[in-house]
Design a protein around this ligand. Sequence first.
Ligand code: RET
Length: 246
Amino acid sequence: PPYGAVEHITTHGSDWLWAAFCIMILSDLVIMVWHFMIPRGQRVFHQLCIVILSTASIAYFSMASDLGYTNILTEFGHGEYPIDVTRQIWYVRYIDWVITTPALLLTLVLASGLPLSDIITLVFFDLVMIVTGLIGALVFSRYKWGYFSFGCAALFYIWWVLLGPARTSAGALGAGYKKAFTSSAAILSFLWLLYPIAWGLCDGGNVISPDSEMIFYGILDVCAKPIFCFIHLFMLSKLDLSVLQL
Ligand code: RET
């Protein structure tokens, strides 16, 4: 029937989410073991990665179990019925991001010597980005794109801080710090560009199915969380972290 048709993930979608859950939790366990080999006082980056991967593991556990979403009416369904179709909106993602995106930014800026006032503002605008994304996803009408625009403005501010002031202050810590910061910030900036694109195709425009959404966001999350954490921690392991006084 055209009324009450629901866009849902399938069992294949769920299998992929269980695979992503395993990647998150195994990477988490590896970093937990690794962090005990680092001297106290220099473990903060490992600890932040543990925060990120533990949160992601629980989020993927929820989504693989088909939990953590709500059904939202969409103007145009992806399926065969053009009207009055609902779509799963996975709010659990945003609960994950509220914790993990500030932690990801901290892994970068705590190794850059950026002043505390700038770090606090950066984290606040990151929260603005995620919360506007959540509200926009839950809004049915075209006003959702207004929230999306506020979120994008916040992302532009984050890019500017990372590639401008934070990169400059990393340079003041030495060439090694500048090199590590620039590579990690470039990877993060590129990956974060893809999130609003995924949002536009899923939560925003309802262009791709929930299964495809899980593949798009899932590959992104594996790159932006475990892969990013490992690359960043390896680069930091070559630096003398005692200069940071953390
Ligand atoms: C939203 C929609 C509103 C506009 C923008 C967004 C950006 C989200 C980003 C999320 C990053 C998530 C990560 C998660 C964990 O690894 C909220 C989709 C700009 C950049 C890195």
